[in-house]
Design a protein around this ligand. Structure first.
Ligand code: Q9C
Ligand code: ZN
Length: 332
């Protein structure tokens, strides 16, 4: 398997803004550099770095996101700000009222308009980081188009909370959808989202594609989900799980999910993989163990589809390398 690695260490906000104030940010460069360290140490895979990535075409980003949102990330993130003096991590703080379609002509307003939360700051080096991460996903998918069987984009920022015209949950461009859009020319694509959190952004961008997602937005971020719309869309299945689920409980749902994907009979599969389902994740709440990730991957591989894995969450830095190593073992 080829691993497309992007640490993006200039995108490193020290804080996220959570409910009552600033807290240390969980989405940090060490998440990826620690995976990289373990893979190198254990001589695993074929690591490919950004200088060898194919850059994601802007037109592709504009197919999955609102072109005005793409311009917001690619251009206004870098531009000097009228309202905010220091061009460093800027947090959205003012959000549109329901159904407002008017983009504010104001930097503070635009930040809120294109966001769903205060965990997703924008700064001058964000554009490059978001592009490189999306390009890792693109390159991983292109590798499948060229005949590869599995590839894994191990990048950050993650993507599955980024919707058609918004960032959120540490995510800016929806990397999984970049891979889906790239693979689509070859046939039906299924998406399996096994991050701890609900992939609201992927769901928002999808229209008639089948989506399977295991999480419970009633309990945890992003709190709001497409649940209602989801029930109207027979192609989309969501299995909300309670906090504290064990390997065995999780596995029963995974098996059911994989059977549905098998029935759908896609040409290829995109997997949003998050290790925030790990038992000691600082912001998750499941009980999965390091060994379980190998079993998870092995079962996904039994579908026998060309598969692109996309890194989403996972915030226990001491464990993330071993969890990724275990997962990759299951694909071998
Ligand atoms: N202080 C992904 O896993 N809320 N995003 C955290 C903890 C945001 C998670 C609050 C969680 C976003 C890709
Ligand atoms: Zn997550």
């Amino acid at each position: 398997m080829k691993e497309f690695i992007s640490v993006n260490n200039k995108h490193a906000a020290p804080y996220e803004f959570y409910a009552h104030g600033f807290e240390p940010n969980s989405e940090i460069p060490a998440r990826v550099s620690e995976i990289e360290r373990v893979l190198i140490e254990q001589k695993v895979g074929e690591l490919i770095y950004p200088d060898k990535f194919s850059q994601v075409p802007r037109e592709l980003l504009e197919k999955i996101h609102d072109p005005a949102y793409v311009a917001f990330i690619l251009e206004s993130a870098k531009r000097e700000q009228r309202e905010i003096p220091e061009n460093k991590y800027r947090y959205p703080t003012s959000f549109p009222y329901r159904r407002s379609n008017r983009v504010p002509n104001n930097d503070v307003g635009a930040l809120g308009y294109y966001s769903i939360d205060t965990y997703t700051p924008v700064h001058e080096d964000l554009t490059d980081a978001a592009l490189v991460s999306a390009s890792g996903a693109y390159s991983a998918a292109v590798d499948i188009l060229h005949g590869g069987n599995t590839s894994y984009s191990i990048g950050r920022p993650p993507g599955h909370h980024a919707g058609y015209d918004y960032m959120g949950g540490y995510c800016y461009f929806n990397n999984a959808m970049v891979a889906v859009e790239t693979l689509r020319e070859k046939g039906k694509v299924a998406i399996l989202d096994v991050d701890f959190h609900h992939g609201n952004g992927t769901h928002d961008i999808l229209d008639m594609q089948r989506m399977i997602d295991v999480a419970d937005p009633d309990l945890m971020f992003p709190y709001f989900s497409g649940k209602k719309r989801m029930f109207e869309k027979p192609e989309c299945f969501n299995y909300p799980l309670p906090l504290g689920v064990t390997n065995e409980q999780y596995d029963a749902i995974l098996q059911r999910t994989l059977r549905r994907i098998n029935d759908f009979n896609p040409y290829s599969l995109v997997v949003s993989i998050g290790y925030d389902t790990y038992k000691d994740d600082p912001i998750g709440g499941f009980q999965l163990t390091t060994d379980y990730y190998e079993r998870m991957a092995r079962q996904i591989m039994e579908l026998k589809k060309p598969t692109v894995f996309i890194q989403e969450g996972g915030y226990n830095v001491a464990a993330i390398g071993h969890n990724a190593r275990s997962f990759i073992k299951g694909t071998e």
